[in-house]
Write a protein that binds this ligand. Sequence first.
Ligand SMILES: [Zn+2]
Length: 196
Amino acid sequence: MKDVLKKIKDPYLLFQIERVSSFHGYLSTGAFIGIQMLNIAKRVLAADPGEQLYVTCETFSCLPDPFQILAGCTIGNNKLRVKDHGKMAVLVNKKAPDGQKLVRSIRIVLDPEKTSKYPRLHEWYMKTGKVPHEEAISVLIDVRESVYSYEIMDIELPEKPEKSIALCDKCGESFVRKNGGALCLSCMEKIGVLKE
Ligand SMILES: [Zn+2]
């Protein structure tokens, strides 16, 4: 991998790679794609350095980690959502200005029509062959951000549901009640009201 990374001249990108590699455990192709997607989002949304972003990743695989360690979007602070749709795509937005519901956002996808011009990268993407991360990342470094497609849209932020804390009628534990039920979600699951 070291030889592949030597091709990168941008010190900031190298810094990002270093942080993501130690957080994720190693530099996977998906993690590298996440870095590129984050950089596209920051540029297109004209985010100031340090400005808070929100992201929805459309897969659990790799993509969330660059956003967690580089952009501070975490599961715990609710700025990272994951929709496990198995897609190499992210939706990124800034914080809505005070009093506004509409917020500018960008959805970025690794575009198979574009990766098809690069057989080894495409093979990695479509899982039609064994392509080592080094090789796929090497292609991504060469072609830069040309294999992504994105659209910009104004999305309406969902209303926050009313929340209250209640004690469960069955187990007695406290839980966040979102819609007036008397039982906690785990008890409802146990009695088969909720199917996982
Ligand atoms: Zn309960």
